[in-house]
Design a protein around this ligand. Structure first.
Ligand code: 13P
Ligand code: SF4
Length: 328
């Protein structure tokens, strides 16, 4: 297993003219897409879309697409009047932390994340009491209230870099136990873990991936580090969603299996036409709460917006800013 090469660009260039929607879906989606484009212009809004968004959103209404790190960076740089987060709640909170003066619209505020729900601020305080003086690194897949209790954030794209940058030979890494184990195998420090899991990546198994390998001898396996260790051991490349996409665009494998949320294969397949994608479909139910309909409604009504409790905003922003200063 190798690490996917460092991610080189924050966004993938999309060709919106590709006929990537099935005809019945296109007929239904087209008026929604056109309405959203009009609303975006009227509101001077930017739509940030995570790589797991469905193709109709990712390829037809998004202005910026990317992994969690790219979305955080681009949210910080945005000069739009309104930000729409086509992603899950922690991503909208991060955008709001970095843009406190601008409305951040979240088309469905119930779009959560099993990792973010696995840990509370009280849990972090208890860990600090158990391991005094040990710095706490928290994956961005956490609430702002949890981020506020920690020293620095990281994403799946920069976790090793952030851990290595800390002046300590032990770190507490929260909340994903599999990402923590993956990082622990690649850094020179002791990594203290939490038991959080992603309900989507947790479902993949080593035997499942070995079954695909046995069926296709020209298969390239790309896996997200939230997968269990026996899945990562089977991968040719382990990286963030953006790092996986970069790998496909750069290496143009004949046949690829992206061991992650399945809309991503649809999105990449629409661009990388000479690669055949195998698609075991595991949808993130939280990401899939975001639809063309609720994006249009959010831009029409200018709600719901995401707010961050002022009592935690400063601490959470500092943890995100420290990550952005360290880089990838
Ligand atoms: P990325 O930062 O790699 O896009 O991952 C976010 C996520 O939620 C993966 O499940
Ligand atoms: Fe959270 Fe997993 Fe969904 Fe990503 S795929 S948002 S980590 S539940």
């Amino acid at each position: 297993m190798t690490r996917c090469p460092p991610h080189t660009t924050d966004t993938v260039t999309l060709d919106a003219a590709q006929p990537d929607l099935p005809p019945d879906e296109a007929a239904e989606a087209t008026p929604r897409i056109e309405a959203i484009q009009r609303l975006k212009a009227r509101r001077n809004a930017v739509i940030l879309a995570h790589n797991y968004m469905a193709p109709a959103i990712y390829r037809h209404v998004a202005d910026i697409t990317g992994d969690s790190l790219a979305l955080a960076r681009r949210a910080a740089e945005s000069d739009a009047d309104v930000i729409v987060m086509a992603g899950v709640h922690f991503m909208a909170e991060t955008a709001k932390l970095l843009n406190p003066e601008r409305p951040v619209l979240m088309p469905d505020t119930n779009a959560g994340c099993s990792l973010a729900e696995s840990i509370t601020p009280a849990d972090v305080r208890a860990l600090r009491a158990q391991y005094p003086g040990v710095p706490v690194v928290t994956y961005v897949n956490t609430s702002a209230a949890v981020k506020a209790e920690t020293d620095v954030c990281c994403t799946s794209g920069n976790a090793e870099t952030v851990v290595e940058a800390l002046d300590s030979d032990r770190v507490i890494f929260l909340p994903d136990r599999f990402l923590a184990a993956h990082v622990a195998g690649r850094v020179s420090k002791e990594v203290i873990r939490w038991e959080g899991r992603c309900e989507v990546h947790d479902r993949f198994t080593g035997p499942q991936i070995r079954g695909y390998r046995a069926a296709f001898d020209d298969l390239t396996v790309l896996a997200h580090p939230e997968c269990p260790p026996d899945v990562l051991a089977e991968a040719d490349c382990v990286g963030s969603t953006a790092q996986m996409i970069d790998y496909v665009h750069r290496e143009r494998p004949v046949r690829a299996l992206m061991v992650t949320e399945c809309s991503m294969s649809d999105n990449v397949a629409a661009e990388a036409r000479d690669t055949e994608f195998l698609r075991p479909c595991t949808l993130c139910p939280h990401m899939k709460r975001i639809t063309l309909d609720n994006i249009e409604a959010a831009l029409t009504n200018m709600e719901p917006t995401v707010e961050v409790d002022p009592a935690v905003a400063e601490g959470a922003r500092a943890a995100v800013d420290r990550m952005l200063a360290i880089g990838r």
